[in-house]
Design a protein around this ligand. Structure first.
Ligand code: SF4
Length: 239
């Protein structure tokens, strides 16, 4: 690489967005004129392209609108599961897929139960489906059986590809990740034909924080009241 090419590459890298360094964060839709790499200033073509996609792509248009309505309707009060339910309802999705971690069977059960109570059909696939050995997919033997931190992790690989393929076969409208490992969630998302949203991000060190609502008094009372309200509203509409 010539010095000129190196300088050009350096320049391009420097001008890539670094919004995390900005103190304005687009407040009021205004660009940060003090940052030379603010993408609102240096990439008007990309901003234009994005606006065109919002206008032309029917799925993106609808998804953006529904997501914004959900945000406005329950901001701060609704747990993520309720956001997901309302997003799926707004999009007209009926059949939901769960790609869940074997270690989160209880959470997957609880999520399915609540989704079914809201009228969705639920299809689910467990990460260990297929019984494929870790070594058969290239995992070094020393990274099987027991974790480096002393926990039993087994010899059977998580199989997010089969999980997604099974949900593809079932023709789900939306797939939800329930505690898949980092990386396995990437493969699941890449293989899924239905759009994917993460409901529970696996983090064993922090009790999968988004799942906290499932086993708390707040979660129980929230859904009990929300379903009661929905039933009351439905009865009112019928009468
Ligand atoms: S787009 Fe511009 S104004 Fe917005 S956060 Fe990034 S640098 Fe800041």
């Amino acid at each position: 690489m010539t010095q000129e090419e190196k300088d050009t590459e350096k320049e391009e890298i420097h001008l890539e967005p670094s919004c995390h360094n900005c103190t304005m964060t687009c407040v009021g839709g205004k660009a940060n004129k003090k940052l030379e790499n603010c993408p609102m200033i240096i990439s008007p073509d990309i901003q234009k392209k994005a606006r065109e996609i919002y206008a032309k792509d029917e799925f993106i248009k609808k998804s953006t609108g529904v997501a914004s309505i959900v945000e406005a309707s329950g901001y701060i009060t609704w747990p993520r599961l309720k956001d997901t339910i309302e997003y799926a309802k707004g999009m007209g999705f009926k059949k939901l897929g769960l790609g869940f971690c074997a270690g989160l069977l209880d959470e997957a059960n609880k999520v399915a139960e609540i989704l079914e109570r809201y009228g969705f059909e639920v299809i689910s696939t467990c990460c260990k489906t297929g019984g494929v050995k870790k070594t058969a997919v290239g995992v070094p033997k020393e990274f099987t059986g027991l974790s480096k931190t002393g926990y039993p992790i087994g010899f059977t690989t998580c199989n997010p590809i089969a999980q997604a393929l099974l949900l593809n076969k079932a023709k789900t409208d939306l797939n939800l990740i329930v505690g898949l490992c980092v990386g396995h969630d990437v493969n699941f998302t890449k293989t899924s034909e239905a759009p994917v949203s993460t409901l529970i991000a696996k983090d064993r060190s922090m009790p999968h924080n988004p799942a906290g609502v499932l086993f708390t008094h707040y979660g129980r009372s929230f859904f009990a009241k929300d379903l009661a309200d929905a039933r009351k509203a439905a009865q009112k509409n019928e009468s």
